[in-house]
Design a protein around this ligand. Sequence first.
Ligand code: ADP
Ligand code: MG
Length: 345
Amino acid sequence: MKKGRWIIILLTFIIALTGCTKKETSGIALERYSATYLSLFDTVTSIVGYAESEEEFNTITKQIHDEMLTYHRLYDIYNTYDGIVNLKNVNDNAGIAPVEVDQRIIDLILFSKEIYKESNHKVNIALGSVLALWHEAREDGLYDPLNAYLPDMDELIAGSKHCDLDKVIVDDDNNTVFFEDPNIRLDVGAIAKGYATQKAIENIDISLLISVGGNVASTKSKPDGSPWVVGLQDTQKSEGNYKQKVILDKGAVVTSGDYQRYYEVDGVQYHHIIDPDTLMPAQYWKAVSVIVTDSGVADGLSTALFLMNQEDGQRLLDKYNGVALWTDKDGNEYQSNGFDSVIKN
Ligand code: ADP
Ligand code: MG
């Protein structure tokens, strides 16, 4: 195993405005504000944006926060909450009888079915029975590293018999979900964060950039018409050394990587994105960043591209009009068609 682990994380940064942060648009002075939350999707959320007043900015970011928190609770597979039926309730009960759910759960499942189909079943929110085994082994291994273990392959194979997303029956008219196979378990970790972000910022009309644990999305360009700049950073180097900087008007940039969540067994790292064909962590790439207009699509595609070769990934990008940067395990970078158009020179 290579020493001196090479880690990339996605960091957002805003080109420093010299002197004053005020911007003039149609005679109205806009000022730059920022907010940070720790309550959403078990990660750090930061928002920067331009508003006429701090009050206006706070009102808008509170609205985004509150909506994201509702999505977070609806899509949570580990906890239940008073007064709402969420995906944990669905996992616990939908194998017994149809469960009536919020429209936002129906919509996420339908969107995930599309990504499932387009990714050739590589991104599969019905992989929960397999992912739960990895999740448990990782949590145990992080808590007690000396006794870290791999999930049992026989159990993984047994779990993989219950991952057919076509057996998750969505009744859009009656707002119900039913599992034809009672052992199916949903895990929406590959898509939910980006999808919720998209929904929460869709109708926001000020110019802002949001990062939800490195999943970045923007509503539109900055008030002076210039794009946001998002850095893809190599953290082995000192801060400010970005391996690439990309520009974003209205759109999203999402990275999937093997450095994000992993644990070690006998000195070998095992990350959290599981190849449904091997039931083991995917081995194609170190990281893949996808840039596309819709943040939900960006999240789905970054996981998808991480699970396939460059040629298949390019095909998927073409379908969704996206661009990407792949980084292999040796640190070599490969740009998709059109990636040069988003590079900040
Ligand atoms: P992150 O959520 O860390 O930003 P991803 O968007 O790539 O990264 O999603 C990874 C999460 O998706 C995992 O933690 C797990 O919950 C889930 N997952 C892992 N492998 C798959 C897969 N093949 N299909 C669908 N979901 C997966
Ligand atoms: Mg994803």
